[in-house]
Design a protein around this ligand. Sequence first.
Ligand code: RRO
Length: 309
Amino acid sequence: LDLSTFFLGRPLAAPLMNASGVWCNVTNQLNALAKSEAGAMVTKSCTLVRRDGNPEPRYHTLSMGSINSMGLPNEGHLYYLDYAQQHDYENKPLFFSVAGLTLDDNLTMVAQIQDAYTPAMVEINLSCPNVPGKAQIGYDFEALDVILAEISSAYARPFGVKLPPYFDIAHFDEVAEILNRYDKVAFVTCINSIGNGLMIDINSETVLIKPKQGFGGIGGEYVLPTALANVNAFYRRCPEKSIIGCGGVSTGEHVFMHLLAGASIVQVGTALYEEGVDIFARLKIELARIMQQKGYQKIEEYQGKLKTI
Ligand code: RRO
């Protein structure tokens, strides 16, 4: 039984990786991902200049997932560029997540990544829900068009975008139509956390995290149906692009569902945060067991082949 696959022509030992933000802030964590059974990995979304992020507590485990308002804590893009230049690309592909606070910052960062000649694949994060005063580009369709046009002309290589969840068919149509104008957008990662949820501790009658009066991005089991819908919506609408699935994955069944919906790689966020990098070995065993039960020998036999009734 074979869990290997290809992503944009590159071989992967398994269709699994971390979600950006989890286990990828500093070199120690990145090295642990590199040694793990993940088939690929991505760095923490970075800004031009290092950030401390929001005040703590800023992450809380929930009964079916997590809430976070980290606020883009990161070491600055040159730190991740250093990592990218020492990464072993034979071992596994590396994605480089970029989340500039302005269009100019994004253009500066992709220009420097380009000048470094790293094989890392850029993922532009258009969906951070947690920087106070900053709207998500993913929800501003005019700004989305502008940033894709500008990055397409400033950056010579294919790149990907990390999208927020959408909840309306008209929005799936409109965003896909914009993405399809840009050939260099080679992959789409669906979804980031469901932004600005709120959970409450009944005992103390308070919110669970300090930033933004307790509002934060929701991840984990809560978001699985929304994640699957977004993966499949963009898989159907963007036939020239690859889809990376993210959201609600903690078992082999969840990985299988994302692959069936059209994902080429499946990311793990909340469950990786809770369980650590050994989760990738468990997910591989669980996915292999499902494939064996169903008589599948390779991922391509079912990937994207979700049936409707
Ligand atoms: O750092 C964060 O607060 C954060 C980011 Br950049 C993101 O894209 N998604 C998220 O849930 N948290």
